[in-house]
Design a protein around this ligand. Structure first.
Ligand code: XMP
Length: 507
């Protein structure tokens, strides 16, 4: 634990990170750790433990478990779904396969409001997702709530042990937030310590300790994560941080100027490498999207390595890895760190150690932190942009003409969405150069020009996405502006496919 707070033990449940976020939204630090590493993580800073859901059955051979000892340490524990069943089984209750399972909304009747359900009504909607259920609570436990299909939907042995079969971390559980607040703040008595004012100085001190007198190299991408990582590291090591921005020519129109402004505003040593021609010629005639990605990755590494080589020796490579990227993979639940898509393999080759100061943060926290570090809110709220850039939004070969149309169309679309007050309500919005030509009549003359597709999506995490229900007036404004201001465009179409089945990007 890097701070006092709540330990979330992950049993492979799809919502383990959501539990971490719910706790952090209360201003309390939470750390999500694979269940079998509980003994490494538990220490006096742990004010309470939450056991997540999981796909297994507690009565199966080799079901993931924690020893009974954990429940006897006198720390408050909240078991959720699988975690509740685990608590029941470990302490002498019984868990069986339910006859039907329970998925979706259910009505919880609260039998014992205190302390977990304090301040919530006696009937409330909760979200269920389970096949097994507790049929007998352990000795000494009392029923705290039930649903029609689940007699032990909540059970407890105050002051430490609490269990709920439903998922309070999911928004469909009406009073989930209050339940977490009751557990974290009242039962665990955790302090609100997870604010930028609190963790900022601590993180800076940690970076100083880790880096010592070493030099750090960072790659700025124009995106939020690498910018916040750089701003933070700059506070810690000052002029011993140098950043490189590779202008691949595949970025948005104003990406370079944003990065330059940021560097100036922060006083960051930024080296800009002009490599547009290099990327364009490497991509010449390439149509296959995966090949485009590979070529971009390899060209980036070559360019970056050359640029770095001319700047002397470095000890650390700065990466904007976020908490969800520190993935606990299935099976052994060993931590696998996603490698930076652009510089994979380079840090090892160059002998640089990794510096990942944001690896404890969720995206929304990175934005808040960035603002504490003095980065403009407008910059921090920009839409995510893929590493391979506009190349994966150009169907067919990446040509100078296609890139030029994409860049202008992107800027225009962003501007319209800003003016219409829509930009911040959507996850991503971008034009796609379809590589198709179509006929139009412009100024009384027949015009054979490019078809541009517009994709605007809403999403929480890019895993699923819905197309944005733009008003007809907005769609009309977009189509008129694009065809009028970019003469090469003959026609604009709007993508109304959800993800799944489609992906967000076209390639
Ligand atoms: P898809 O298209 O897979 O995109 O639905 C999900 C999210 O990931 C971004 N994306 C990428 N980001 N390198 C990146 O850094 C890539 O190759 C890449 N492909 C997609 C995409 O913009 C969306 O936010």
């Amino acid at each position: 634990m890097i701070a006092e707070g709540i330990l979330v033990l992950d049993f492979g449940g799809q919502y383990a990170h959501l539990i971490g976020r719910r706790v952090r939204e209360l201003g309390v630090y939470a750390e999500v750790v694979p269940y079998h590493r509980w003994h490494e993580a538990i220490n006096p800073d742990v004010k309470g433990v939450i056991l997540s859901g999981g796909p297994r059955s507690v009565y199966e051979d080799q079901a993931p478990k924690v020893p009974t000892e954990l429940f006897q340490m006198g720390k408050p524990i909240l078991g959720i779904c699988y975690g509740a069943q685990l608590m029941a089984e470990a302490l002498g209750g019984r868990v069986e396969k339910g006859s039907a399972g329970e998925y979706g909304q259910a009505e919880l009747l609260v039998k014992q409001p205190y302390p977990l359900f304090a301040g919530t009504p006696s009937r409330q909607r909760v979200w269920m997702s389970h096949g097994d259920l507790v049929v007998a609570a352990p000795p000494g436990f009392e029923r705290a709530g039930s649903t029609q299909n689940c007699p032990w939907a909540a059970f407890q042995k105050p002051p430490y042990l609490f269990a709920v079969q439903f998922h309070p971390e999911v928004v469909h559980s009406e009073y989930g937030k209050q339940i977490f607040a009751n557990f974290v703040l009242s039962i665990c008595k955790a302090n609100k310590n997870w604010t930028a004012e609190d963790y900022g100085p601590r993180l800076i001190a940690q970076i100083q300790e880790q880096v010592g007198s070493g030099r750090v190299l960072g790659a700025l991408s124009g995106g939020v994560d690498s910018a916040v990582a750089a701003a933070l590291t700059l506070r810690a090591v000052g002029s011993r941080l140098t950043c490189i921005y590779v202008d691949t020519g595949l970025q948005r129109l104003d990406d370079l100027s944003h990065v330059e402004q940021l560097a100036e505003q922060l006083g960051l040593d930024l080296r800009i490498v002009q490599a547009q021609d290099r990327f364009l010629s490497a991509l010449s005639g390439i149509v296959d999207p995966e090949q485009k990605r590979k070529i971009i990755g390899a060209t980036f590494i070559e360019t970056f390595e050359q640029a770095a080589g001319s700047l002397g020796a470095f000890d650390y490579f700065l990466q904007g890895t976020l908490y969800p990227d520190v993935v606990e993979s299935g099976g052994g639940l060993t931590a696998i760190i996603k490698s930076h898509h652009n510089v994979g393999g380079l840090p090892e080759k160059m002998g640089w150690r990794l510096l990942e100061p944001l690896r404890w943060f969720y995206k929304d926290e990175v934005r808040e932190f960035g603002s504490w570090l003095g980065i403009d809110r407008e910059f921090l709220m920009r839409h995510p942009f893929p590493g391979p850039g506009l190349a994966v939004r150009i169907i067919g070969p990446v040509t100078e003409e296609a890139l030029s149309i994409e860049r202008r169309a992107h800027a225009l679309l962003d501007q319209i969405l800003m003016e219409e007050g829509v930009y911040y309500d959507v996850w991503q919005a971008f034009p796609v150069f379809t590589g198709i030509k179509s006929v139009a009549v412009k100024g009384d003359a027949r015009h054979y020009g490019w078809v541009l597709a517009v994709r605007i999506v809403q999403s929480q995490d890019a895993m699923t996405a819905d197309w944005y229900r733009a008003s007809p007036e907005l769609l009309e404004r977009i189509a008129s502006a694009l065809t009028a201001q970019i003469p090469e465009i003959s026609r604009v179409v709007y993508d109304i496919t959800t993800k799944p089945p489609a992906t967000i990007e076209w390639e």
